[in-house]
Design a protein around this ligand. Structure first.
Ligand SMILES: NC(=O)c1ccc[n+]([C@@H]2O[C@H](COP(=O)([O-])OP(=O)(O)OC[C@H]3O[C@@H](n4cnc5c(N)ncnc54)[C@H](O)[C@@H]3O)[C@@H](O)[C@H]2O)c1
Length: 742
């Protein structure tokens, strides 16, 4: 990242200001302070505001910008200028959003309101300037960055792949608070604006042009020429302006205005948006609902009043637990990914990966790797299995073509990178193997021996086992230092987590190379130590097991799954068991029991379901019947498991399940499997959907207080036995008044 405007502009492909220009840097302007977040360069009547905060690797909108700009304004207005242009000197980034750290510090909505009002004054000033104000966007332009651009008279965006526009605040439990909820619908119409605000999706410059969000799209090398053209359009609303250039947005605006005033259409759009949000979020996230309200009401008001309405709603959202939880995940993810990047330093170069097993997981891994440009040799036992695997890959690529993420030609190219085999010919040229054959130690041992016999001496071997200790699998390896676990989650192309398991013998270079491949696959990587079930499978087991104990006590299937989805899980534990396969989950439990002995008290329902051939979705029947859509609870299960109706409170079901997971997490920490609280919270959220708005399992425990948690575990232990016995770590931390996160 460059520090000077000169270097950065050259990298961004635009013309760099000369030394002379920089010294012309007006009398008008700049606080000379070295740490000013922007620099003002005036050239040929155009005031260029070079965004380049020296305190940050990327530009984020903060009060420092407001202060800096306020200091420039008077002088700017007094100059005979033709235009003012915001442009970034950080290659690949315009402004990536508001400064979240600044926001996170607030506990009082009144303080937030004050800052937002200041931001509104800042952006409203653009309108008062007698010349056009232009955002020249080359790079990521999100959140507060896009809101700044929206307040400008014109927006030009480059067609470079790094240029992305959007308002992702909803992912942080917020909505756009710097005019986004008001300027966006006024510019592109209510339906398109709601789509961007409620999903947080990012769009390319071309899509933005189609939406009416930007006025011009150009190649980065001609950004300055494009600015010159737009300057010629004049200040909107003045006599000299050229009104026809914004035909698309005028149409959108008209449609938006119409919607805002027509009761029937209004109801249709806003009600539908509300229903979609409720269906997707179960009502756990206040921000999108509040955003709909604020857009709806704001569209009936003059802009100033609408902005005030937006500011008030925003300031209330910032201090909610949901926003705080989601913001904490944002920071945790950055921290985890930063640590993974450091571990990956010194990785070996790999461009060819051998995938053993073309089943559900193997083909999923192969597809993602091929998508990311790796050459793949995909091996299975026979042509039928290989054919199935290749078809799965092709279907996943076809889906990408449908979503316009790939062209049909790129699809063909990606598929051509996957070479199928039923033998090990050519494996001496494959530097990295990922194994995804059956979850059986003997089968895996055989495959390890065969692959090592065929491969080169420095080949790395990674197993995608979901439960078997990596050390146990490495017993069959001649080179345990090159052996590692690579635990993907299903479906591989969608799930963001990769759990990498190192043993005491795994070498640094093996770990670095494996982490780098995970990162290149686009995964958030956590690294854990070896043990049965590692971290994620180990803590998921007691969670689903406890749900079965609740079932044994007479809670119904529906009650259990609803209780947990009502708490924010994406699916209930019994539906999850059906997805995983009840036999597979039971097998995982056996591996765990082997290591943990009596501590794990497995529900007898597992075996009863397996004996009755009810293995879950793959067999058409588990706790649910999948013969018709949507799936229905299969009432005949109750006979199979010898169920008798009883009463277990909803709150108790929820607490017993997640606290079992927490207790096992604490035991994992005691056993040295995992240590970093961020790895744990990211692991449970990204691995299997622990409710994100709770900020992770440790944040949830911290929020409730560990003394409360330990008290509940002791109560359940007295009622249901030792499986609830609090981990020593929890008891000690509770006594000392400690929390997991500081
Ligand atoms: N399914 C999941 O959700 C999931 C998640 C994480 C990890 N895993 C792990 O991934 C692995 C594979 O699981 P899956 O669900 O893809 O199973 P699967 O049954 O769909 O696929 C296994 C494949 O391995 C092939 N195979 C068996 N022996 C082989 C051999 N000697 N050489 C080459 N190929 C061979 C089979 O023909 C089959 O195609 C298991 O270890 C499992 O625990 C699964």
């Amino acid at each position: 990242m460059s520090d000077t405007p000169q270097q950065a502009e050259t990298e961004a492909g635009t013309k760099a200001p000369t030394a002379k220009e920089t010294t012309q840097t007006s009398a008008a302007a700049t606080p000379t302070a070295e740490d000013a977040p922007a620099k003002l360069v005036v050239k040929k009547g155009i005031a260029w505001i070079h965004l380049d905060d020296p305190q940050k690797s990327v530009n984020t909108l903060s009060t420092r910008y407001f202060q800096w700009f306020e200091a420039q304004l008077e002088a700017l207005a007094a100059q005979p200028l033709k235009a003012m242009v915001f442009i970034s000197d950080k290659p690949g980034y315009f402004i990536v959003g508001a400064d979240i750290e600044e926001l996170q510090a607030f506990d009082d909505p009144a303080q937030v309101l004050e800052v937002i009002r200041r931001g509104h004054v800042f952006t409203r000033r653009f309108a008062d300037l007698p010349f056009p104000v232009i955002a020249a966007i080359d790079g990521v332009c999100l959140g507060g960055g896009l809101e700044l651009a929206l307040a400008c008279d014109y927006r030009i965006a480059t067609d470079a792949p790094h240029t992305k526009l959007g308002v992702p605040e909803v992912q942080l439990g917020l909505y756009p608070g710097l005019g986004g909820t008001q300027r966006l619908p006024r510019l592109i119409g209510v339906p398109a604006a709601l789509d961007l605000i409620l999903t947080g999706k990012q769009v390319s410059a071309r899509k933005a042009k189609r939406l009416g969000l930007v006025d011009e799209v150009c190649h980065p090398s001609v950004l300055r020429q494009a600015v010159a053209k737009v300057v010629g359009w004049g200040k909107p609303g003045t006599e000299d302006s050229v009104p026809q250039k914004k035909a698309k947005s005028s149409f959108s605006k008209m449609a938006g205005d119409l919607l805002a005033r027509t009761p029937g259409a209004k109801r249709l759009v806003y009600d539908k948006a509300r229903q979609t949000v409720l269906k997707k979020t179960g009502g756990h996230y206040p921000a999108p609902l509040k955003a709909i309200e604020v857009v709806k009401e704001g569209m009936m008001l003059p802009l100033d009043e609408a902005l005030e309405l937006e500011a008030k709603g925003f300031s209330e959202l910032v201090v909610t637990d949901v926003a705080k939880g989601l913001i904490s995940i944002f920071f945790a993810k950055n921290e985890v990914e930063g640590r993974a990047a450091k571990i990956a330093k010194g990785s070996r170069h790999v461009d060819h990966v051998g995938v053993l097993g073309a089943g559900f997981m193997g083909s999923g891994v192969a597809q993602v790797l091929a998508y990311k440009g790796y050459q793949i040799t995909l091996k299975d036992r026979d042509h039928v299995a290989l054919g199935r695997g290749l078809k799965h890959c092709n279907n996943l690529f076809a889906e990408l073509v449908k979503r316009r993420k790939l062209t049909p030609v790129e699809q063909k190219l990606a598929m051509s990178r996957i070479v199928p085999r039923i033998d090990y010919e050519g494996f001496e040229r494959v530097p990295f193997i990922i194994e995804a054959v059956f979850e059986d130690v003997d089968v895996k041992h055989e495959v390890i021996r065969q692959a090592e016999a065929a491969g080169s001496d420095d080949m790395i071997f990674a197993s995608n086992t979901s439960t078997i200790p990596i050390g146990r699998l490495a017993e069959a390896s001649k080179r345990p230092e090159n052996f590692i676990g690579m635990h993907f989650f299903s479906p591989v192309h969608k799930m963001p987590l990769l759990e990498i398991i190192k043993t005491k013998k795994t070498s640094k270079s093996t770990l670095a190379t494996t982490v780098e491949i995970g990162r290149r696959m686009g995964k958030t990587v956590i690294v854990v130590n070896d043990g049965p079930g590692f971290f994620t499978s180990r803590v998921l087991g007691p969670f689903v097991n406890e749900a079965l104990w609740c079932l044994s006590q007479g809670a119904s299937i529906d009650q259990i799954d609803r209780a947990l989805t009502g708490w924010g899980w994406p699916v209930g534990p019994l539906a999850l068991l059906d997805e995983v396969g009840i036999d597979i989950a039971n097998h995982a439990g056996e591996v765990m029991r082997e290591a943990a002995g009596d501590r794990i008290e497995t529900s007898p329902i597992f075996q009863r379901m397996i004996d009755a051939g009810r293995l879950g979705r793959k067999g058409g029947r588990g706790f649910y019947d999948y013969s018709s859509k949507p799936k229905k609870v299969d009432a005949s299960v109750y006979g199979v498991i010898g169920w008798q109706e009883g009463k277990v409170d909803k709150e108790e079901i929820v607490e017993r399940c997640w606290m079992q997971m927490l207790n096992e997490t604490a035991l994992c920490i005691e056993d040295g499997i995992i240590e970093n609280p961020n790895d744990i919270d990211i692991g449970v959220i990204f691995g299997f959907g622990f409710p994100p708005f709770r900020g992770g399992i440790l944040r949830e425990a911290d929020k409730l207080g560990l003394d409360y948690v330990v008290g509940r575990l002791e109560t359940y232990a007295a009622a249901y036995g030792d499986r609830f016995k609090p981990a020593q770590l929890l008891s000690d931390m509770a006594k000392q008044g400690k929390t997991f996160h500081s």
